[in-house]
Design a protein around this ligand. Structure first.
Ligand SMILES: NC(=O)c1ccc[n+]([C@@H]2O[C@H](COP(=O)([O-])OP(=O)(O)OC[C@H]3O[C@@H](n4cnc5c(N)ncnc54)[C@H](O)[C@@H]3O)[C@@H](O)[C@H]2O)c1
Length: 268
């Protein structure tokens, strides 16, 4: 089995320990080299994001190595979260899983870095009071309008999501409802597919978000409709997102929302 440390040292001119002493202002740490992590890293390589150096960590070493070899941009591979944080990144982007975020959250915040969260479902059970924790709009948008209305008072908000069975890990041949309930439960039951419900819940809290999920073979795009009634009007937002080609559970828009948020956090 390949050892990351050896690979990292073979390709890198500086070890993590020497890096400890240097704090580059635009170094980014990435946890998770899957669909979102790869699109983000490619955007960094294309200079869409003003980042000096990328440090990646993935429990699946092969994924980290595959990502690094696909890029010309300098990428360091960390063997662990501790090693990633020792590089002293300005921002850490979590693009791994709800479980990973729960496990790493305290340690990342203790390192006093900005944190961009993609697995927003995990945030529902965590203390999000730190101004260093940012969550992207992910596969939806309009969070500015929704959070503004939340200040005045929301009467009701519902999320209706429609996905192809493949994007939900199902094999139904007829359209069916696979979940009806509230956002917190939806994000728990579908940790890879319903982070959007959590994002919405975090945005309009303490209002409860009603969620309905359809598994529909006729649906090609991951579609999310948000309907909201509030004190001074109504909103209807609809997003029809192409699934990421490598991971149908994830919408392409989610990766681009991470890029956009990383741009603005690095500009701070
Ligand atoms: N907020 C949103 O709207 C939204 C939209 C899409 C996806 N997501 C979430 O973003 C996360 C990443 O999505 P993706 O499509 O890139 O997933 P992916 O499965 O393609 O990639 C995740 C990567 O993280 C790695 N990983 C898993 N657990 C880890 C751990 N404990 N430590 C280090 N690495 C770990 C995996 O090996 C994998 O390479 C998922 O939780 C997904 O549900 C959120």
């Amino acid at each position: 089995m390949l050892r990351v440390g050896k690979l990292a040292k073979a390709k890198s001119t500086s070890s993590p320990n020497t890096k400890k002493a240097i704090t580059l202002s635009k170094r980014v740490g990435l946890i998770g080299c899957g669909a979102i992590g790869t699109v983000l890293a490619e955007a960094i390589e294309r200079k869409l994001v003003a980042c000096d150096e990328l440090v990646v960590f993935d429990v699946n070493v092969a994924k980290a190595e595959k990502l690094r070899t696909s890029l010309k941009f300098p990428v360091e591979i960390a063997e662990s979260l501790e090693e990633l944080l020792a590089y002293k990144p300005k921002v850490v982007v979590e693009a791994a899983s709800q479980q990973a975020l729960k496990e790493y959250y305290d340690q990342i915040l203790a390192a006093d870095v900005d944190l961009i969260v993609m697995s927003t479902g995990a945030l529902l059970a965590l203390d999000t009071s730190s101004c260093r924790v940012h969550f992207s709009s992910g596969a939806i948008g309009g969070l500015d309008a929704l959070s503004s209305a939340a200040l005045a008072g929301i009467d009701e908000v519902t999320l209706t999501s429609r996905k192809n069975p493949k994007a939900l890990g199902k094999n139904n041949t007829q359209k069916c409802i696979i979940y009806e309930g509230y956002a917190e439960e939806a994000a728990k039951l579908f940790p890879r597919e319903m982070n959007v419900a959590a994002t919405l819940a975090l945005t309009v809290k303490p209002t409860k978000v009603r969620v309905c999920v359809f598994s529909d073979p006729a649906v090609k795009r991951n579609t999310h409709e948000i309907q909201m009634k509030w004190r001074f009007g109504e909103m209807l937002l609809r997003f029809a997102n192409d699934p990421h080609p490598d991971n149908p559970h994830t919408s392409a828009l989610a990766a681009w929302s991470a890029i956009k948020l990383l741009q603005s956090v690095l500009e701070k």
